[in-house]
Ligand binder design. Structure first.
Ligand code: NAP
Length: 284
């Protein structure tokens, strides 16, 4: 039987600490502030924006959210970002992805000041993560590393396998495990003999967006399994990329969905906003 990696509990503990640090910072006249921009009316994105706002309220941050129409031009969006870049009340800015097709994710992300890019998606912040000299870490991989740390699981000397190579999860996840001295293999849709690779892994992170993809026959006894997937079943229930029922009996540790990686992502966004506000305070 595996020990459940309870992301909800770890997130609650971290949020308490963030709230306490926010209180301290407020005494110096600075309240951490986050601006979230949503373009269009993607229902899933609307939920994420609402949750980010709620997260800010929970820890005592100031927040602004902008819900812009689908036909917002790049010029209008860049003007808003420029204004927020120069707004002292705002320490973190993010645009909810995906943006509508007529807007370039890259242009918009790179317009956010690197000091306020709390998603850590901009070219400069991605480069800094690569060389291990970061200000912010991307929220989902950082949340996973925080869960591992909380449970005393180190990547040092371990065979780590990341399934998925997206810029926001898979690639930075691999980099963080490498920085933690893991021997990392990154798998994707062109990977041959995936099962042979996963069966040899000590720690597996699955981030592909396919329900119940990783099954018990694909892992070895004692593996640590981290499920990033968030998939909706036909009945509306949330489910991960891991077939929990067949994997759990073989694992040493496993994250559930919901209640595993998910609650950590917004928590790390709050952490990044706090870090940015503290840096701002130091400059004053
Ligand atoms: P993505 O951009 O769609 O990338 C999916 C990756 O999975 C790609 O690299 C793809 O390979 C790979 N892949 C797809 N099918 C595969 C297969 N059969 N075998 C091996 N690799 C395969 O997804 P993402 O944004 O990284 O998100 C992945 C999942 O995590 C989604 O369910 C998403 O909702 C969830 N997510 C959760 C959180 C959270 O807070 N819990 C945060 C972010 C994302 P190719 O590159 O070869 O196409």
């Amino acid at each position: 039987m595996a020990e459940i990696l309870n992301g909800k509990e770890v997130a609650a503990k971290l949020r308490k600490r963030i709230a306490a640090e926010c209180e301290e910072l407020k005494k110096t006249g600075i309240q951490p502030g986050l601006a979230v921009i949503l373009v269009g009316n993607n229902p899933a994105s609307q939920v994420y924006v609402r949750n980010k706002k709620r997260g800010c309220e929970e820890v005592g941050f100031y927040s602004e959210s902008y819900e812009l129409p689908e036909d917002t031009t790049e010029k209008e969006l860049l003007e808003l970002i420029d204004r927020l870049n120069h707004d002292d009340k705002i320490h973190g800015i993010l645009t909810q992805l995906p943006l509508p097709g007529h807007l370039s994710d890259k242009t918009v992300i790179d317009a956010i000041s690197p000091e306020k890019d709390v998603d850590a998606f901009s070219e400069r912040n991605v480069g800094k993560i690569m060389i291990g000299d970061h200000d912010f870490l991307p929220c989902t991989p950082a949340g996973i590393m925080a869960i591992l740390k909380e449970y005393g699981i180190s990547c040092d000397g371990k065979k780590c396998v990341v399934i998925g190579r997206s810029n926001i999860v898979g690639k930075p996840m691999a980099m963080l495990m490498l920085h933690d001295n893991g021997t990392v293999t990154v798998c994707h849709s062109h990977t041959k003999n995936l099962k042979e690779i996963t069966r040899d892994a000590d720690i597996i992170v699955v981030a592909i967006g396919k329900a119940d993809f990783l099954t018990g026959d694909m892992i070895k006894e004692g593996a640590v399994v981290i499920d990033v997937g968030m998939n909706r079943r036909g009945d509306g229930k949330l489910t991960g990329d891991v077939d929990f029922a067949s994997c759990e009996p073989k694992c040493s540790y496993i994250t559930p969905v919901p209640g595993g990686v998910g609650p950590m992502t917004i928590t790390m966004l709050l952490q990044n906003t706090l870090t940015s506000a503290k840096k701002h305070a130091e400059k004053q």
